[in-house]
Design a protein. Structure first.
Length: 318
């Protein structure tokens, strides 16, 4: 496995920890949009260091946003699952493409999608994840006043912002003719996302952001995508990605358990539209990548490519 930014990161960490020198860096393969390392320090401690490598994950105010997300999550989830303790967060630093975040190593290890589909669907683990999500969603844009960096915008405006991006980025490609009717249908029904208040959601609760101790889910990590948006976005994001990584069984079990615990909270018609929105966001990235690299990534089953998977959503009303 290659080790991008390993030497640069070691130099940064040696300055950060001073006499408590870095003795080893081990690449964490499960990280997707960051380069992540498990770092061993001279005093025996282990920390996690991540470097953002995707320009879409680099934004002004990222530090303030993630720190506030973690602070909020630790408050509401303390009795359910662990949330990471951040040691350092640098938004920009010379020699690196994006932010660097260093955090205490949480208890547990990242498990595979196959583990989620089997052990992750046990009654105990489903109860843990549903309790955690329900507690998180109890924090809303209406009852929290000090999360200025997360101030919720109207749901339809949030969705429309990315719809406009999709039109702008894809309109000159032949494929746009196939997806335009579905994007238009989503735009015509966009008011479904407007709510009196919006829950605080993690938005990326999938296999690589869950830690497991023994056979139990013990921690939720990576809070940089958290924000106040319609509840459907919590599940649409990870449900669209489920076939790509292969954790569909677990995802459907989570939704079923969540609906059982929170009757009528999740509007399934809204979820269907939210999935189209999410597919459009990911398709923009995937399609550009396939054009620039000249290759397409297969989903977990190997039956189709990522682009073909997203197109199934984007041609639903075409």
């Amino acid at each position: 496995m290659n080790a991008p930014y390993k030497q640069e990161l070691k130099e940064y960490l040696d300055k950060l920890f001073g006499e408590n020198k870095v003795e080893g860096l081990e690449r964490i393969p499960e990280a997707i949009t960051t380069v992540a390392y498990k770092v061993s320090l001279a005093d025996g401690q282990e920390v996690i260091a991540k470097v953002a490598i995707d320009e879409k994950d680099i934004e002004e105010g990222k530090r303030q946003k993630e720190m506030k997300a973690i602070e909020t999550a630790k408050y509401v989830l303390s009795s359910i699952v662990e949330v990471p303790n951040v040691i350092s967060f640098e938004e920009t630093i010379e020699g690196f493409p994006g932010y660097i975040v260093v955090m205490r190593k949480s208890q547990g290890v990242t498990m595979s999608p196959d583990w989620l589909n089997k052990t992750g669907t046990s009654a105990e683990n489903l109860q843990t994840i549903v309790r955690a999500l329900s507690a998180l969603h109890s924090v809303t844009s209406e009852n929290v006043s000090d999360l200025a960096t997360f101030e919720a915008e109207k749901g339809s405006l949030y969705v429309d912002k990315y719809l406009q991006k999709a039109h702008t980025k894809l309109k000159d490609f032949d494929i746009f003719k196939q997806i335009e009717p579905t994007l238009n249908y989503l735009g015509e029904n966009i008011s479904i996302f407007d709510k009196p208040k919006y829950p605080f959601i993690h938005r990326d609760v999938k296999h690589n952001n869950l830690l497991v101790g023994g056979d139990k889910i013990s921690a939720i990590i990576d809070w940089e995508t958290a924000l106040f948006v319609p509840l459907s976005m919590e599940f649409a994001h990870v449900r669209v990605l489920a076939p790509i990584y292969g954790y569909e069984k677990w995802m459907e079990a989570v939704i079923e358990a969540y609906n059982s615990e929170n009757p009528a909270a999740l509007d399934m018609e809204e979820l269907e539209l939210a999935e189209v929105f999410v597919a459009a966001r990911f398709f923009m990235r995937s399609y550009e990548h396939s054009l620039s690299k000249g290759l397409e990534t297969k989903i977990a089953s190997g039956e189709k490519t990522e682009n073909e998977h997203y197109m199934e959503y984007l041609t639903k009303w075409s």
